[in-house]
Write a protein that binds this ligand. Structure first.
Ligand SMILES: [Cu+2]
Length: 428
């Protein structure tokens, strides 16, 4: 009976059993309220787990009292390390350590170092949800590593939400109609996403210099808390943000604020998620040792890859060895019919979402061109310019599929262990 009451509710059960509703209400109400409390608790836990699942454990926005997602992005500068040991000065967006919380206005290098994550290129993704309001607060902290008299000091920034079809007031084109965010000022962009999909944010002030210096990041809009994209189910997802970087141009911005001979701007780094591949397979800054960029999957799984690109003129042409990719969406819109590609061109500003179905035998096969080990196949830029950074090949936009057999105890992101020792399939 208790179970039946839970299923049908007090009133109906009372009517069915002939017991006066007024007699049973208070006690059952209390019991139901207690149960509702338990349900709420576990619902919250479930919701939290679902969020972690769909965002891969990325840093989430902060839930404000009104339910809106809040993100505090801080613009700053710093250095990123490349696989050849070069430290390249960049500027971009970052956030508080381990969160998107508000840590107030930041004015000094000391405050930036103490309170903020070091700048990354691209910066961390924003995960948003259809129909759920988001407030993105942009704080301009100024430059902390540029030369004292460089023209890059004190510049303004914005966020342009590329692909989100917003009203100009919140779309980050400077002074059309909202002024850009000056040094030590902030501005709040309030948006409610209407469409799920893959998008990007970038600065729109002095776009050539600010974007190419590092001011960009992925925006991923989820339909709900399930592992689906455009209605397609997937098991694992990766966002590969590919870009060009010129350390020479950045150095000139840092020193003087002007890129000399901008028409001759030339990338010397071709990046996947801010990293290059290099022939030292164990280099910690290599694409293949970045959990966001090394495509780990298990047999029979479906992997969603969100490609996004930004650059001056290079068109990336991604070619996975051993797989075809099913293109399901372009520029954040579901295709009416999908198509398959084994070489996928992607130019600056574009986003292409693909599904890769991992066949049962994939953990056994070796890529004969790279011979890196069972289950490992490469995916590289087939516009081979993108495989050469600072004059070195193969140093550029290359990652790997690292496919493993399904075993009982397999935990997707744990390091592989063989005979009690950590095991890297690339070693074999
Ligand atoms: Cu800017």
């Amino acid at each position: 009976m208790k179970r039946l009451k839970k299923l049908l509710g007090c009133t109906i059960v009372a009517a069915l059993t002939g017991i006066a509703t007024t007699l049973c209400v208070p006690a059952v109400f209390a019991e139901e309220a207690k149960k509702a409390e338990d349900w709420n608790l576990s619902h919250e836990d479930l919701e939290e787990q679902a969020l972690i699942d769909v965002t891969n454990g990325d840093v989430l926005g902060v839930r404000a009292k009104d339910g809106a997602w809040e993100f505090h992005l801080y613009t700053t500068d710093g250095y990123i390390e490349m696989t050849n040991g070069e430290l390249v000065w960049v500027f971009g967006y970052t956030h508080a350590k381990d969160s998107f919380e508000n840590v107030g206005e930041i004015k000094t290098k000391e405050e930036a170092e103490r309170l903020l994550e070091p700048v990354k290129v691209p910066s961390d993704p924003l995960h948003l949800f259809v129909g759920e309001k988001a407030r993105i607060v942009l704080h301009n902290t100024g430059m902390h590593h540029a030369a004292e008299h460089s023209g890059i000091n004190h510049v303004a920034h914005t966020i342009h939400f590329h692909g989100l079809d917003l009203a100009p007031a919140v779309d980050g084109v400077p002074s059309l109609p909202v002024d850009p965010v000056l040094e030590h000022k902030s501005f709040t962009y309030e948006i409610t996403p209407q469409h799920e999909g893959s998008f990007m944010g970038h600065c729109h002030v002095d776009s050539f210099n600010h974007i190419l210096a590092g001011m960009y990041f992925p925006i991923i809009i989820h339909q709900d808390r399930t592992k689906t994209a455009y209605g397609y189910k997937y098991d694992r997802d990766y966002t590969l943000f590919v870009s060009e970087l010129s350390s020479t141009a950045n150095e000139q911005l840092q020193e003087s604020g002007v890129v000399h001979g901008i028409q001759d701007w030339k990338a010397d780094y071709f990046l996947i998620n801010g990293r290059t591949y290099t022939d030292n397979l164990f280099h910690p800054r290599s694409v293949v040792n970045d959990p966001r960029s090394r495509i780990v999957a298990y047999e029979d799984e479906t992997v969603l890859i969100r490609f996004m690109a930004i650059g001056a003129d290079h068109v990336f042409a991604f070619h996975p060895h051993g797989y075809h990719m099913e293109v399901i969406a372009l520029d954040g819109r579901k295709l009416k019919s999908t198509y398959e590609k084994d070489t996928l061109c992607i130019a600056s500003g574009e986003r292409t979402d693909v599904l890769v179905r991992i066949p049962r035998f994939a953990s056994q096969r070796k890529c004969l061109s790279c011979n890196l080990g069972a289950g490992v196949t490469i995916m590289h830029d087939h516009n081979l310019r993108g495989m050469v950074s600072t004059g070195k090949y193969p140093m550029g936009a290359l990652t790997i599929f690292d496919v493993r057999a399904k075993v009982k105890a397999a935990k997707p992101d744990e390091p592989l262990v063989k005979e009690g020792k950590p095991y890297n399939p690339l070693e074999h």
